[in-house]
Design a protein around this ligand. Structure first.
Ligand SMILES: *Cc1c(COP(=O)(O)O)cnc(C)c1O
Length: 304
């Protein structure tokens, strides 16, 4: 099914943290698979296996027009020999943006539904209706978060990652955070950086962890002050930061998730929230596919 590349962890050298006695490394999950990159690889892995087991031939999922999840599902489905259907929130805009274009080129059939209809996406009647319309399918929820996604993301951290005192990740739905929380060791702290505005995320992640019976062995913490105005929002400071990071390390970050997370980590280092002596692991959860669309939409040129 989905076979991972071996993943590199790179040490980042810079006086900003070296002077504080902090070691900073980045785990390049963005390079885990040429098609389904980043955390989405792990979220989809067992879902694809389950779909095969259930002898489904089609995957159906939901997302926004720039969604990394939509793209990853399309690419992974094609790779694993499934048909895929993407139900996109909002109206069709032509020409298709680069995310949807890429999804379509991987064979995804794209349909649009109104924002009000989209809110019903979890209701049985709504799903039944989709089955009448499209035939039988394996349903991957919006953002891909379900029990099998948590099982998959529990595999991100390996034995070799036990040496880090802090594990840092971006948060969207919290599915990846839950899987990581499932696999951190005693003495480690998992810090999640929410890319959405609002303190609801604490509640949301708590309920996911309860639902999926995650009991972390180490500490967990969610920071919700690095959203830059909300999901998908950005400002010049964030863009300048992403450009700076690329100049220093030749590693691209996306403005939706990883850029905000790494920005937040450096702020935490500056303020002492991450103390001297820490060994910090940044998880590069991917998202680079969205950069082309982002650049086009805002007429800028972040490095890819
Ligand atoms: C989807 C995504 C996330 C968020 O993952 P969740 O499991 O929904 O919290 C983080 N980073 C990137 C790059 C993503 O594409």
């Amino acid at each position: 099914m989905l076979i991972p590349n071996s993943i590199q962890t790179e040490i980042l050298l810079h006086p900003l943290w070296e002077n504080k006695g902090i070691e900073l490394s980045i785990k390049r999950l963005d390079q885990v698979h040429p098609k389904a990159s980043g955390n989405k690889f792990y979220k989809l892995k067992y879902n694809l296996e389950e779909a095969k087991k259930q002898e489904k031939t089609t995957l159906l999922t939901f997302g926004g027009a720039f969604s990394n999840h939509i793209y990853a599902t399309a690419a992974a489905a094609e790779y694993a020999g499934f048909k895929s259907i993407g139900i996109i929130r909002g109206e069709e805009t032509l020409p298709l943006n680069p995310t949807l274009q890429a999804a379509q080129s991987h064979g995804m059939e794209i349909h649009y539904i109104s924002r009000s209809a989209y809110r019903n996406k979890k209701e049985d009647a709504f799903i039944e209706n989709l089955k009448r319309q499209f035939g039988d399918f394996y349903l991957v929820p919006e953002g891909g978060t379900n029990a099998l996604a948590v099982k998959g993301t529990t595999e991100i951290l390996l034995e070799e990652d036990k040496k880090y005192s802090h594990i840092c990740t971006s948060i969207g739905t919290g599915g990846t955070f839950s899987g990581l929380a499932n696999s951190i060791s005693f003495g480690q702290e998992l810090i999640g950086f929410s890319s959405l505005k609002g303190d609801f995320i604490h509640e949301e992640v708590n309920s996911l962890m309860k639902q999926f019976e995650v009991i972390p062995k180490g500490k967990t913490k969610i920071l919700d002050q690095y959203h830059f105005g909300g999901y998908g929002k950005h400002n010049e400071e964030l863009l300048d930061f992403i450009r700076w990071f690329y100049r220093e390390f030749q590693i691209p970050l996306d403005p939706i998730y990883t850029g905000k997370m790494v920005f937040g980590v450096l702020e935490q280092i500056k303020s002492g929230g991450i103390p001297s002596g820490s060994k910090v692991l940044l998880l590069h959860t991917g998202g680079i596919q969205g950069l082309a669309g982002f650049n086009q939409r805002f007429g800028i040129s972040l490095p890819l």
